[in-house]
Write a protein that binds this ligand. Sequence first.
Ligand code: DGJ
Length: 791
Amino acid sequence: MKIITGTGSDQVIKENSKVFMLSTKETSYIFRVLPSGHLENLHYGDRLREQDFRALYMKQNAGAGSSVLYMDGAMSLDLLPLEYAPNGKGDYRIMPLEIEMPDGSHVTDFVYAGHEITEGAIPMETLPTAHGEDAVTLTVTLRDKLFPVTMKLIYTVFSNTDVITRRVTISNGSEETLRIRKIMSLSLDLLADSFDVITLDGGWIREAHAHRRNHAHGTFINESTTGASSNRHNPGVILAEPHTTEDHGRCYGFNLIYSGNHHTAIEVSSHGIVRVMTGISPHNFLWLLQPGAFFETPEAVMTTSKKGLNDLSHHFHDFVNHHVVSKGWEGKARPVLMNNWEATFFDFNERKILSMAKEAKKLGVELFVLDDGWFGERNDDKAGLGDYEVNRKKLPNGISGLARKIKEMGLSFGLWFEPEMVNEDSALYRKHPEYAIKIPGRKPSKGRNQLVLDLSREDVQSYIIKQVETVLASASISYVKWDMNRHISDLYSEAVPHQGMAFHSYILGLYRILRKITGDFPDVLFESCSSGGNRFDLGMLSFMPQTWASDNTDPIERLKIQGGLSYFYPPSTMGAHVSQSPHQQTLRRTPLETRFHVASFGLLGYEMDLTNLNMKEKEEIIHQISWYKEHRNLMQFGRFYRHEKEKENRVNFQVVNEEKTRSVLDNFQILQNASPGFDVLHFKGLEKEIKYHVETVKASMDIEAFGELLKHITPMKLKPGGLILRNARKIYRLPHNVESYDAYGDLLESGIRVNQQFMRTGYAKETRMLGDFGSQLMTAEKKGEEESGDR
Ligand code: DGJ
């Protein structure tokens, strides 16, 4: 590892007289060593030049009533913005660290002992770490004043994405076992009276809805305790100054590269300092640290912007695309897939699957994914989990036979697994009941009729690795959907010396399994899933470049889910499928067009019985898939923008390519208003000096949507619901939304006054027929490049 020396101005990390300056493209993070040896945070915000930073020191020249002074000096720790506060020395805010020390007390006093600056990120052995050859790492070593216990604060700067990561290690040099009750990866004190806190909350089929509230007093906690990062509260958290919008204002974003119980706490102190900390949840956590052992926390991620929430998201998106997702999948186009789950559930056989695959191929799909139900006695969700032997009644030619036939059609083949679970009704459970998590003598609670395997156990890890790898080696499989369908309860493991270690050990076991399997099969595309988005986090994304965002495929619900996730995760990570309407989750009817438009702002797939579609629907899907392939690079890896809600019934998503020569903007309408006002659509992120050609993507609608009105607008008298109409709608759809312009980026940013919407007084192909749940997709292409190649 190369050690950086010297003080050149281009250095990412500089140290001068014990003041540390970490710089990214647009931000600076500055802290210093206090005379007491503690670390004081001086600045996190805009990039500053190197200078005398005394103006940023916190002043304590007037005291403060009822404060406790450190040792016999004149300084109160409680009034300082600290990097990682010592516990029990007069700072009464929330604490990042609680350890039972050799004397039985919980008081720790870690002070500066040295530091090192190294090139690159430092990978962890047990946990996923962000990677980047251009990253620079600062390791600050702190020692407890009384006991030989060492703490390292590790900062890695990813300058090109304006992200800094932080983590902590503790080494026990004492003769006693330490008991760690709480250890956060990051603790940061910012000067502010209040922040708006944005979190992603929800549940099954309602994941990642963004919520914003002002937090001005006391402590706010965003946490999961289910054993996974959870669909209840995603680990990503944003602090925004109250006036911050999508495109203006200061905000800070935090996330954690971890898939287990997480915890972010935010406390507003009585003196205008906000402490934010993030790490493993202390819920039921207690780690025994033996003499000579060390503990490493997951890596926390932070970034800041003064240009609003979109810019903050762009930092996160770049970071995920370039430093979290493995090198092998960085920027790699993802296939358009067809998944059989919503179409068949467990009820399929080889003939049915092949007929669906044949149809999928005709429409342009590239990968066919066989979901749950292919192995053991898995005919419903009550049996079979754990037994990955193919069910020959359904698939007489096995997985290899099916995969071969699908490959012969010109499609790739993918397969579903749920390796972390077991049904009591399974060969695995009958042979190894001890593999399942449960407490001796207590009847365990079940979720979806299943128990969780104890991934802390090495024999369980080996079993899972062997099962999955045997199947992967046996057939031509290029994609795996890795599912996990319940929360952990009745937690007890024989593999750990203290039950407070069980949750985290489960995740360490999971990561060991994932590292091995994804390492042995680097060309297989893995998509993680947990009843949809119950484990959408940076830990899983480190091993699997994409995640199934939700079991909810209703596009109107997906706007909230994908829109929420987009605060922290780029479109290249979000599995998004077009499904049959009425939707299984809401019974809502939505246009095929809207379903496609929403899914195209993610990784496009189809999850419906394509053999049931009529000719016009098939034509429409052929057009959708070919459009998506043409714009795939833009849709998967372009800059994603959320638009402020201009109208209650409207949502806009947009992507722009890196060169700013192409963009796609979608205008989604939730409910139709009668005689609606005029709409203005604004493009963001374009180049003012470039002239673009803007047009609406070809759209057509089912004539049945006109109901009785049809009688008045067609020359023939058509009976609604009658035979002629039923046949006519199979072969004819009405064009609408036809409009196009040539304009410079400045005009497009200031807004296009688009065509009027339908209001009964007339229809022409230019009329915008959005209706309820309709959408209008517009492309902007630099003039002269409309026909050119890869988008
Ligand atoms: C939950 C997933 O989210 C679904 O997509 C599907 O794979 C089912 N599990 C299968 O059991």
